[in-house]
Design a protein around this ligand. Structure first.
Ligand code: NAG
Ligand code: NAG
Ligand code: NAG
Length: 457
């Protein structure tokens, strides 16, 4: 028996070595940014190999391996950048991008200095089959609003680039103070105007964004738009808790996106997920200050919008106004469906669990309307901690389109400082599994809804 086990062990080793070396013999780049989507690959084994090749690749780039025909490094300093934090380095970035984008397998390097940058778009498609934008230092935004006249809504933008990696351990600094001061949310006398998103990734497929600090966004810090197969990790996204509309990570019309191991504290949503987003997984997220993780808002001005396949698994919230929130305007249509919020710690969160189908973020009051974005199949599982308000669980759903398939499983939320929290439930078809506290007051709900059935498992 012992010998048989020994044989099996040897076989496994041989198999491992064979598989491992074949992978390494492949073009290392292709195994990092392969054609298969990152999520759904499922196998840890593949993950290990990816990590190893990643490691080899990073070693190679650290050694500046000139033997590798597939990787060429382009340093922005060689294209005239000053990196003194005062001289405008936009042209140097434009030049280095042009060269890197038209070379196969290139790495753009931004050294450990401070580069002052006006709005810039790094456009593809690139000739390069893979391209890395490595920020070791700081890209600092010009804070002269007239520099943004041409397009007031973007500062740094990557447009239509395949197999792009943005990383490097450095900082993207939106220098947003002037925009916050001039926001109508700070000063009601001022008109409401758009402000730039610090970093936009638009139409980028097979994208990696990792290991960066993104701070003081003029408005949204980082936005993923019309992209697919995206891996985001190791981000530190920060701005003051009172900076207006400074969402951390905004996802719009993007599919297959994993956001992991990131710390986000801003003046608005830590993560906001809006129309056209599908298959998003957020894991190991620390959020606060801010407005929490939001799906929506959806359905503004009668829009028909869809979000589905969203999982938030492993998150900690500190002092945020919301924990996990779904928000829709009245009068919209479409749906938010197949959503899981799992393994979440709330610390002094004002609305830890909230669905608001009467969302209204405008000066004039919103009118009652019949249609609504349908909310369906939402699981809340293993959510614990404290609420800063009396109402820890709030389902304010639409009368005509009640929330359906809402499941609460193992929920334990109490008041910050101790005491029982409440649940407030309108127009929700709900079931419980395991221990759930607080629970809705059914009798009251049944009366309010005039007999609408609320399921209890
Ligand atoms: C995140 O970035 C901010 C601003 O640069 C910094 O103060 C903070 O220490 C960083 N946090 C982590 C965990 O790196
Ligand atoms: C909890 O949050 C509330 C309001 O957000 C704040 O006033 C209070 O100081 C916080 N408590 C603790 C213990 O942090
Ligand atoms: C639910 O929404 C309605 C309509 O906007 C609002 O009047 C009500 O106060 C909300 N309920 C709660 C508990 O927030």
């Amino acid at each position: 028996m012992a010998f048989q086990r020994y044989l099996t062990f040897i076989m496994i080793i041989i198999c491992f070595v064979t598989c491992y070396s074949t992978t390494l013999h492949e073009d290392p780049l292709s195994s990092i940014v392969g054609d298969s989507p990152y999520i759904n690959d499922g196998g840890t084994f593949k993950g290990i190999i990816k990590q190893s090749t990643n490691h080899v690749l990073s070693l190679m780039s650290k050694l500046g391996d000139t033997n590798s025909p597939s990787l060429k490094t382009f340093d922005v300093d060689d294209y005239g950048a000053q990196g003194d934090g005062k001289t405008d380095d936009t042209q140097a970035l434009k030049k280095v991008w042009e060269v890197a984008c038209s070379t196969k397998g290139s790495i753009v390097v931004v050294a450990k200095r401070n580069y002052l940058v006006k709005p810039i778009t790094f456009s593809g498609p690139c000739k390069s089959n893979t391209i890395t934008f490595q920020i070791s230092g700081t890209l600092q935004a010009s804070d002269n609003p007239s520099d943004y006249n041409q397009d007031p809504t973007h500062w740094l933008m990557f447009d239509s680039i395949q197999k792009l990696t943005v990383n490097g351990g450095g900082t993207i600094d939106g220098n947003g103070n002037i925009w916050w001061q001039n926001s109508c949310k700070k000063n009601e006398k001022l008109p409401c105007k758009a402000a730039p998103t610090a970093l936009t990734l638009y139409k980028c497929n097979n994208l990696i964004v990792e290991d960066l600090t993104i701070k003081n966004g003029q408005q949204i810090h980082v936005q993923f738009q019309n992209s697919a197969n995206v891996r985001v990790s190791g981000l530190n996204v920060t701005s003051p808790g009172d900076s207006p509309n400074t969402d951390g990570i905004h996802v719009t019309n993007t599919e297959n996106i994993q956001i992991s191991n990131s710390i986000i504290g801003t003046g608005d949503d830590c993560i906001s997920i809006v129309d056209g987003s599908k298959n998003l997984q957020a894991t190991d997220i620390t959020c606060g200050p801010g407005h929490g993780i939001s799906i929506g808002s959806l359905g503004e001005e009668g829009a028909k919008e869809f979000v589905s396949g969203i999982t938030v698994n492993g998150a900690k919230f500190y002092g945020t106004t919301n924990g996990v929130r779904i928000k829709t305007w009245q009068g919209g249509s479409g749906s938010a469906s197949n959503i899981k919020f799992q393994n979440i710690q709330m610390n002094n969160v004002t609305n830890p669990i909230i669905i608001d189908q009467n969302y209204c973020d405008q000066e004039s009051p919103c009118q009652q309307q019949k249609s609504s974005v349908q909310i369906r199949n939402v699981l809340y599982q293993n959510i614990k901690g404290t609420s800063a308000s009396d109402v820890a669980v709030q389902f304010n759903c639409s009368q005509n389109f009640p929330c359906q398939g809402i499941v609460l499983q193992n929920i334990d939320l109490e008041l910050e400082g101790g005491g029982e929290a409440k649940a407030s439930c309108n127009n929700v078809k709900l079931s419980y599994r395991g221990n759930v506290s607080p629970r809705c007051n059914y009798i009251e709900e049944m009366n309010e809804l005039g007999g609408l059935k609320i399921l209890i498992e």
